[in-house]
Design a protein around this ligand. Sequence first.
Ligand SMILES: Nc1nc2c(ncn2[C@@H]2O[C@H](COP(=O)(O)OP(=O)(O)OP(=O)(O)O)[C@@H](O)[C@H]2O)c(=O)[nH]1
Ligand SMILES: [Mg+2]
Length: 224
Amino acid sequence: MTLADSVEDGSNPIVGSFWKGVDHPSLCPNDRVPEIAFAGRSNSGKSSTLNRIAGSTRLARVGKSPGRTQMINLFNSPEGVRLVDLPGYGYARVARTRQEEWFKSINQYLTTRSNLAGVVLTMDIRRPLLVQDLHLIRWAAESSLPVLALLNKSDKLGRGRALAQKAGVEQALSTLVSVEVELFSASKAIGVDRARCWVRERVKGVQELANKLDESPQDTRRGQ
Ligand SMILES: Nc1nc2c(ncn2[C@@H]2O[C@H](COP(=O)(O)OP(=O)(O)OP(=O)(O)O)[C@@H](O)[C@H]2O)c(=O)[nH]1
Ligand SMILES: [Mg+2]
């Protein structure tokens, strides 16, 4: 059996709709809707992954060549989560100044959004853990921000090689408890159920915490 034979897409998609694209993180809304960001190297499949999780091939625009997503694109879901498609890092063929602008923008988004509930990091399974991936993972671990590291395009490898890649990445990240590594394929729907579940777990965690914070001062007031 190859990995591509183990297609599963049985869970309910996290349906969303495009709200808007902004070209600077400061233009993101100032609200408390939990956000899940899709980050990773250019062409690693961020937009395709978001689409697969949302169960629609046409939500985020997918590119034949790297550098397709150039804005911070926001998709709202009635489930009370916002999916955020970020531009990719490391695309050498755009002008250096533009690359730096994107990189700053991605960094600023990640470091300033207080409602960020988790990061889905997509990596091409054939080239995982590039320098920028490691920076992002280490920064997220230091910030206690959960990361789902998806080894995307796993349909490109046989099962044995894919599992060996996963084991290698898990070993490299074994000290970081807030990172989960999964095999994924946006094209062939591998790992989708777990990814949806992970997103929902993050959102539930944030909502429960918000409810607790809302309740405690009220309880005190009620007691007065
Ligand atoms: N074989 C295979 N191809 C994939 C998979 N996921 C994405 N692709 C292809 O990879 C290319 C890039 O996909 P995108 O989803 O646009 O990647 P991205 O990371 O959003 O790219 P940028 O927006 O340019 O940074 C497209 O041609 C996709 O069809 C996958 O799981 N398997
Ligand atoms: Mg994209």
